[in-house]
Design a protein. Structure first.
Length: 181
């Protein structure tokens, strides 16, 4: 009689089922936690480069304290923008050398007519366009401004997924009205 009850007791016994359930659920839970961590890192980099683009555009929007600068004023504005971007990136613990101009920079019309291009003379890492025409809500011709765009690489590490070791480019841009002092 005891030998007959052994298979029934083994089937009814639930000891150890927690281990089997944990072995099935824990890898999925760790993948979700890793995904949250790496997407959080990507979002943090997006915030940092957006802030850097805004700081660069803001720094480049002010005219230098020079009444006789003339054409050098635009060069000085772009230099100020580049310096502000680099300070903001270093402050966010990002390497400014890894930044690049976006693959498709934003297109604007200049205040002088025509389409501005990214100025490689100011920096090969950032797309700085000035003076660009800003559109207004009233449909008027707008005011002049400065556009700063850049992209920064990020590499995910999510094993067993298609995102593992994939490099993506996070892009940010800012547009600010040019100011006169």
């Amino acid at each position: 009689m005891r030998l007959v009850n052994i298979p029934k007791r083994l089937i009814d016994d639930t000891r150890g089922s927690e281990i089997a359930e944990a072995a099935a659920v824990l890898p999925l839970m760790f993948m979700v936690l890793l995904g949250i961590f790496w997407f959080g890192q990507a979002f943090s980099i997006y915030g940092a480069i957006t802030r850097a683009a805004q700081e660069g555009a803001k720094a480049g929007s002010y005219s230098p304290l020079c009444s006789t600068c003339g054409a050098d004023s635009l060069t000085q504005r772009k230099t100020n923008a580049v310096n502000a971007i680099q300070v903001a990136l270093v402050g966010s613990k990002l390497d400014p050398a890894q930044a690049q101009p976006p693959a498709t920079p934003p297109t604007y019309t200049t205040c002088l007519g025509g389409t501005p291009s990214c100025d490689p003379a100011a920096s090969s890492q950032y797309c700085i366009q000035a003076p660009v025409r800003l559109a207004t809500d009233t449909g008027a011709s707008g005011v002049c401004g400065m556009s700063v765009s850049l992209q920064y690489p990020f590499q995910f590490w999510l094993p067993f997924t298609s995102l593992n070791k994939q490099k993506i480019w996070i892009t940010a841009s800012a547009l600010v009205k040019l100011e006169n002092q």
